[in-house]
Design a binder for this molecule. Sequence first.
Ligand code: HEC
Length: 118
Amino acid sequence: MKYLWFLLPFLLSANEDFISHYEYGEMLYQQPRGVSCAECHGKNGEGRIIVEFRDIHGKKVLRGPDIRKETLASMINSVNNYHKIMPRYYLTDEEVKAIYDYLQKKNSTYLAETNTTQ
Ligand code: HEC
């Protein structure tokens, strides 16, 4: 705790003007003025189990889908619409694009490896 003040100048300069497009996208993915995308879509957009529960029909698994291969257009569409589980966000197209670019770059190896020529 004692040494945390060292971080202060970095935290204070962490506004939009001083960070890269990638960092901006990362920030938005994690804190998009609402529930973090990572809570449901995993650290890198790979998807994750949100909750597991049991009802009279047995075991149920609620899962956030893998969004690594989503197109920008479909991402803008998803973020701006109501869903059963996913909340609606009020992000500009530019902000969604930053999230999209962040996920593309973060997953570039995976995307290159799985991008089969059709
Ligand atoms: C509370 C959990 C939750 C959060 C938070 C969340 N999502 Fe989702 N997302 C889902 C679920 C579940 C779906 C599937 C549609 C549904 O049932 O809501 C989905 C669908 C999507 C889809 C369409 C993919 C598909 O296969 O249908 C995209 C793109 C997406 N989310 C992006 C995002 C982004 C970007 C954020 C952050 C700004 C975000 N989501 C935050 C749970 C979440």
